[in-house]
Design a protein around this ligand. Sequence first.
Ligand SMILES: [Fe+2]
Length: 429
Amino acid sequence: MLSAENNRLLTQVGPGTPMGGLLRSYWHPIAGVSEFDAKPIKQIRLFGEDLVLFKALNGEFGLVSSRCAHRGSNLAFGFVEEDGIRCGYHGWCYNRRGECSNRPFEETVAPNASRLKTAKLDGYPVIAKAGMLWAYMGSGPAPQLPDWETFGWANCYTQVIIAEIPCNWLQCQENSVDPVHFEWMHNNGPQRRAGDYGPYSPKTLDLQIEDFEYGLISRRYREGTDASTPLWSVGRAILWPNGWYFGHHFEWKVPIDDTHTLFVNWSNLHVPKECEPYVQERIPTWYAPIKDEQGEWIISHVGNQDIVAWISQGPIADRTRESLGASDRGVVMLRRRLLEDLEAMAEGKDPRGLIRDPERNVKIELPCIARDDLMNGLPRTEMLRHQVMGPYLREFYSMSGQPAEIKAEFERAMSVKQTSLELHKFVPT
Ligand SMILES: [Fe+2]
């Protein structure tokens, strides 16, 4: 249970809030690069700020406040120039740093007048990496954008999946340090709802959460296995402060505002050895629906099941009314570490997990079950039998709503015809 004050402290992420400041100290994935093939400007809200993300004609990306400094018109209805974005109302133009580079009429009538000091928008650096656009919205010098080794694995098919989740970021991230939910949320529940009243799936026997350089490590084992399982011996990395790494995918929960979160999933699968060499021309991005055509929450796929759990906790989970137990060790640790980071920042120190040294930021290896297989690939028959890789060859089980053209492209890359998984019987690792 948390005090009301700490619950506010950990969940309020708008401008000027301590947690907003903490989270802004990191680079966050905010969109897919491929989204900008069709349209160069996108409205986006992050940390309670309304912004436009744009691709200038020179190919550089920018992220600036959405309201023109002139009279507040939305730049999303403007257009891009060689090195910036121009308001559609009176043509004021802004560069990637948000500086007004041109005010056409003012410059016509008074070419020598100094520029209005107020004609400056907030502008944040954006970097394209691994098919995603990453923003740094912090106030101090930007840290390194982590060069996770997995981003550079060769012969892989990658896709970026994004969903907008109507709840606070923290309850989404608490899910990652809560391994007991796997058997209930992803196994027993789906099985019962499908009318299968057979035995429940193996239960978790032990769990442990530890610190590591870039966040936390979660370890667990279930009935039928023991501490020799890689899920215990290697564990799974929770990346500070809002990421999670599985080897076959990363996910991040990026605050839009206090009650909305951008869920970003970067999924990656090595092609079968028979299909090498494989070079992916373009990493596609797709937006996953979280409700079906009847307006019901989608709960068929693993990621959707998680999302519904988070949303069902309310727009901001009320942590003053919880009954925490032994399964919540990780949840307690996550909150404690965040509160410690807030204290560290108040003393002028960095929060945990930041990478400042560019020499350290080279192909950083993360704890990963089945790393060798995921990185180097396997022949198709072995891949199909593989506990981690095999299911993906049958169905994209992470999120519902994968567009047909992406499924087709994946099938071509893998040279397989996907059938379907019986999702209610599927036990994700
Ligand atoms: Fe889950």
